[in-house]
Ligand binder design. Structure first.
Ligand code: SF4
Length: 438
C-alpha cells in the first residue's frame, strides 16, 4: 500500500510540475500534505485521486479515499445500493456474468461486450489523436468499444475498427463512406446531455490544419454542429437516416444518442420504430470542461429520472427486450454504473471518467488557448505528446479491470449472478439523502 501511495504522490508531483511549467497552479494544498484543491462536488478530489489510483493499480483503493460517490448531495451521490447482509452474499468464487448484448433484435449482427460499458464519443479536435488511440487500443483489448465522436476518423484508428463506433453528428464533419463502412456500430448524435439544444462548438484555436483537414473545413475557423439534424423531424425522417447508413453498411448496428427532454420516453420508442438497436440516453452531468454550466444545470431532465421513465415506457410498449438502453453523462464509478442499470439501463457509456484516468484534473481549461495542459483535450502537437497511446491504453485497461472487479463485488453483495438481473431493480436502490453515506 505504501508503494501505491508513493506512486500517487509521484503522479501528483509530476502533474504539479507540468502545471507550473504551463503557468497553472492547481495543487495549492499539496505542500501542506492535504489532498490537492481540485475538482468539484461531483468530481471530488477523492474521486479524481481514486480514479488515478485505479488506472494505476487495477483495483479500487483501500486507503480511505471515497471512490464510490461524490459530494453533490443529489443524483447518483444521493443513491445507495441495498446490499444483503453478509451471510447472504454470493461466494467469493461465484461466477458473475457482466456481459451485455448490444443487439436485442432478432436480426442483424449479434454483438456482445464482456463488461457493461464502453467509451463515449469524443471527437478528434476536442481530444487529441493519442487519446483516441489509447481508447481504441483499450477497447480492443477488452473486447468493448470506443467512439470517434463527430470530428472524423483518424487513419491510426483503422487498425482497431472492429472496436470503434463511427459517430455521425449534425455537422457531418469527417463523415465519409469508408468511415461508415469501417464501423460495426454507427451512432447518430441527435443531442448531447451536457448541452442539449446547443449543438457542438470547436473553437478556432483548436481547429488546426490537421483537424480542419479531417473535418474538411478551413484551419483556425470555429466549427459549429447545429442542433438539431434539420433533416429529421419525425420517426419517418429518422428511419430515412438509418436506411441511408444501412445502404452503405448493411451489417452495422445503429445507436441513437439523445439528451433527456421531457418526452424522452417517446424519443426512445420512436428510435425503436425507426430501426435503432441502441438508444443512448445522455444526461447532463457529463461533458468535458468545455460544456457551459448554465446548459448543464438548467436544461432537460436529470438522467436518474429519465432512465426509469424510458425503461417503464418501453416495458409498457412491449419492446423493452428488443432495444438496448445505454446511459451516459457523468457516470464516474462502478457504483454509478450499477445504479444506472438498477434504474433501468442495460449498460453505461464512459467519457470524462476515461479522461480522468488519463490524468484530467477537472480544471476546465479544455477550450482555452492550446487546450489541456495534460495533452488530453488539445490538438497542440507538443501537448499531445504528453499522452503516449500504450501508456494511455494500459491506464484505461486498469480502470476497466477495477470497475470489473467492483461490479462483481456489488453483484455478489446483492445476491445476483448476472448484471442483466440488475436491470430495472429500483427496489435495490435506496435514497441516502444529501450525505450519500453508504
Ligand atoms: S481535460 Fe485537461 S483541460 Fe480539460 S478539465 Fe481535464 S485536465 Fe483540465
Amino acid at each position: 500500500m505504501a508503494a501505491k501511495a508513493e506512486r500517487i504522490e509521484q503522479i501528483i508531483a509530476e502533474k504539479h510540475i507540468e502545471c507550473l511549467h504551463r503557468g497553472f497552479h492547481v495543487w495549492p494544498a499539496l505542500e501542506y500534505g492535504k489532498p490537492p484543491a481540485m475538482g468539484d462536488s461531483r468530481w471530488t478530489a477523492d474521486l479524481i485521486l481514486s480514479t488515478w489510483m485505479q488506472a494505476e493499480t487495477g483495483q479500487p483503493p483501500s486507503n480511505g479515499l471515497e471512490y464510490r460517490i461524490g459530494k453533490s448531495g443529489g443524483g447518483f451521490d444521493a443513491l445507495g445500493l441495498k446490499f444483503l447482509s453478509p451471510e447472504h452474499w454470493l461466494a467469493d468464487d461465484a461466477v458473475i456474468d457482466l456481459s451485455i448484448p448490444l443487439n436485442r433484435r432478432g436480426y442483424d449482427r449479434q454483438i456482445q461486450i464482456p463488461v457493461p460499458f464502453y467509451g463515449a464519443g469524443m471527437s478528434y479536435g476536442s481530444i487529441s489523436e493519442n487519446v483516441m488511440l489509447s481508447r481504441a487500443i483499450a477497447a480492443q483489448r477488452w473486447k468493448t468499444f470506443t467512439c470517434t465522436g463527430e470530428g472524423g476518423y483518424p487513419g491510426s484508428l483503422v487498425a482497431y475498427k472492429e472496436h470503434v463506433i463511427t459517430q455521425i453528428a449534425t455537422g457531418m464533419f469527417g463523415v465519409r463512406e469508408e468511415t461508415i463502412q469501417y464501423a460495426p456500430i454507427i451512432e447518430f448524435k441527435y443531442a448531447q446531455g451536457a448541452k442539449p439544444g446547443l449543438g457542438g462548438h470547436l473553437l478556432g484555436d483548436k481547429a488546426t490544419t490537421t483537424v480542419a483537414q479531417m473535418r474538411e473545413s478551413v484551419p483556425w475557423v470555429s466549427l459549429f454542429s447545429p442542433f438539431p439534424f434539420h433533416s429529421v423531424y419525425s420517426v419517418e425522417d429518422h428511419k430515412k437516416h438509418i436506411d441511408w447508413v444501412k445502404t452503405i453498411n448493411p451489417e452495422a448496428l445503429i445507436s441513437v444518442k439523445v439528451s433527456t427532454p421531457t418526452d424522452i420516453d417517446m424519443v426512445a420508442v420512436g428510435s425503436y420504430y425507426a430501426g435503432a438497436h441502441i438508444v443512448q440516453i445522455d444526461g447532463s452531468y457529463g461533458g468535458t470542461g468545455a460544456a457551459p454550466e448554465i446548459a448543464k444545470k438548467n436544461i432537460a431532465m436529470p438522467i436518474e429520472f429519465a432512465i426509469p421513465r424510458v425503461h417503464r415506457y418501453l416495458l409498457q410498449e412491449g419492446i423493452r427486450d428488443e432495444l438496448v438502453v445505454m446511459a451516459s453523462g457523468g457516470i464516474r464509478t462502478a457504483h454509478d454504473i450499477a445504479k444506472v442499470i438498477a434504474l433501468g439501463a442495460d449498460g453505461a457509456i464512459l467519457g470524462t471518467t476515461e479522461l480522468v484516468a488519463l490524468g484530467c484534473t477537472r480544471c476546465s481549461n479544455c477550450e482555452r488557448g492550446r487546450g489541456c495542459p495534460f495533452g488530453l483535450t488539445t490538438t497542440d502537437p507538443e501537448l499531445q505528446r504528453l499522452v503516449e497511446p500504450e501508456w494511455g491504453a494500459a491506464r484505461l485497461g486498469k480502470l476497466y479491470q477495477s470497475f470489473q472487479s467492483e461490479l462483481s463485488t456489488i453483484l455478489r453483495r446483492l445476491g445476483l449472478g448476472s448484471i442483466r438481473d440488475l436491470r430495472g431493480r429500483k427496489d435495490l436502490l435506496v435514497y441516502r439523502g444529501k450525505t450519500g453515506a453508504q
